[in-house]
Design a protein around this ligand. Structure first.
Ligand code: SF4
Length: 365
């Protein structure tokens, strides 16, 4: 049973959402496949970044059947630059499960949805409420912040006890009518009004109901734990040439950047030079000997849990047969074919930085 306060909140947010929601290509679509693709892309990623990726993806794979039939390489290529590549691998895997085990019909219950690869409680709640009108909650970072402020919750919101409480709270708030719109209104409020810094309380439809605002605590809630220091690694990689061809290798399918192509190389060990690191890593990873030449560029890149500085060297093949020892595949490619393969952002930065320095055309557009 709704309390009068809950009714007021639901009405205020639904009215505000109807009038102020951003127009986005995945809004109001209702197709569970489209909702799923957009929700996966939106994880850890800004809406403005997602929109062109979403549009390209839906043009290329408009149905779950098309996605299931695609090669993983094609999916990763389309995902290139969006990051968190396990999302793309899981989308592809889950599409095949839906086609093979659910006759291509998208499951509509929370239990069946969370059983699919890459779908957690949040994504299942989003699909079930937005696409199927089920009265189930969602709790992402935006919703968590809004609820902590509305109800003046000052525990660490990431703690298991707080998470349990927040999910229960989110559940009690979802209305029977328009549960999907209500969940989206909470997410939208967190993304556009109740922002992490300087929330726009004067524009907020829930201001009269907000305990944090009443106590002037909107800038101190939620009380997030301090972020741990991110480790940094120094990595040396080689642009290895043989008869004008460039050597690339494919990462193993699971783990960070799994299934993407990259330049051979790895972390510098204590006591070795960067050039020694490149030669050792290439020998260990691919099984060939190289002469390490000039350094072409230095590239910095940040991942979610660590940062790297990549030193890229021009190398020339001298002996051995390239084989995938610590990777999934190796290939000698024409540098003009780089655009045919999916590479991580850091490798693309190397291609861009090194293009004018090496004696060939590196087209990585
Ligand atoms: S009044 Fe301010 S702090 Fe409270 S929910 Fe609205 S934007 Fe957030």
């Amino acid at each position: 049973m709704n309390t009068p306060q809950t009714n007021k909140l639901q009405n205020a947010l639904l009215a505000w959402f109807g009038a102020h929601a951003r127009v986005l290509p995945f809004r109001g679509v209702g197709d569970p496949y489209a909702v799923w693709v957009s929700e996966i892309m939106l994880q850890q990623t800004q809406v403005a970044t997602v929109v062109p990726y979403y549009q390209r993806f839906m043009r290329r794979f408009p149905t779950v059947q098309k996605l299931a039939a695609a090669r993983l390489d094609s999916v990763l290529k389309l995902w290139q630059g969006l990051g968190y590549y396990s999302r793309a691998r899981n989308l592809h895997k889950a599409a095949r499960v839906i086609v093979n085990e659910h006759d291509g019909i998208f499951p509509d219950t929370l239990d069946a949805l969370v059983a699919l690869p890459g779908i957690g409680r949040y994504t299942a709640g989003a699909i079930a409420s937005i696409a199927f009108g089920r009265r189930v909650p969602v709790l992402d970072g935006n919703v968590m912040r809004v609820l902590c402020r509305l109800y003046r919750l000052d525990d660490n919101p990431k703690s298991p006890a707080a998470q349990k409480h927040l999910w229960q709270l989110a559940e009690t708030l979802v209305p029977k009518n328009r549960p999907g719109d209500f969940n989206q209104s909470l997410m939208e409020l967190g993304a556009t009004v109740c922002t992490p810094k300087n929330p726009s309380c004067p524009q907020c439809p829930a201001q009269k109901l907000c305990l944090a605002y009443a106590c002037n605590e909107q800038d101190v809630l939620p009380k997030m734990p301090k972020a741990a220091r991110t480790p940094h690694y120094t990595v040396a990689v080689g642009l290895v040439f043989k008869d004008g061809k460039l050597l690339i290798d494919k990462r193993r399918p699971d783990g960070l950047l799994g299934g993407l192509w990259e330049l051979p190389g790895g972390k510098k060990q204590t006591g070795e030079t960067l050039k020694q690191a490149v030669a050792r890593e290439i020998k260990e990873e691919i099984g060939i000997d190289v002469v390490v030449g000039q350094r072409l560029c230095i590239v910095k890149h940040a991942y979610s849990h660590f940062r790297i500085t990549l030193h890229a060297y021009r190398c020339d093949y001298t002996a051995g047969t390239a084989k995938p020892i610590h990777c999934a595949a190796v290939k000698w490619i024409a540098p003009t074919d780089i655009a045919k393969y999916a590479f991580p952002a850091a490798t693309l930065k190397i291609f861009t930085a090194a293009a004018s320095l090496i004696n060939c055309h590196l087209d990585c557009s």
